[in-house]
Write a protein that binds this ligand. Sequence first.
Ligand code: SF4
Ligand code: SF4
Length: 99
Amino acid sequence: MSEIKVLKKMKIDEALNANVWDVDHRPHIIVDYEKCRKLCDKKVCTLLCPAGCYTLTGGEILFSYEGCVECGTCRIVCPHEAVTWNYPLSGRGVQYRFG
Ligand code: SF4
Ligand code: SF4
């Protein structure tokens, strides 16, 4: 069975869980929590990150890089430029198993 046929039968959570990571020594996303706290009311990152890396805990944003698929969405949608985003060092980061 080809990988495409396998993907059609997988749920999105299953496909994300199939990814593997080779993390480098520096964080590739840094969040300016002061901006989140003082400037941001909608907190769209919690709605649009496909991997659920941004969560609200007691009204405060909590970012966790685990599961990040390096799509760059958070950098684009953040209205306050609170996200500093860089690709992981060459050859590191997420490796997709199912597209
Ligand atoms: S959208 Fe940007 S400023 Fe707002 S909570 Fe998310 S990272 Fe922080
Ligand atoms: S790059 Fe994509 S997956 Fe990673 S934290 Fe940002 S929105 Fe989420």
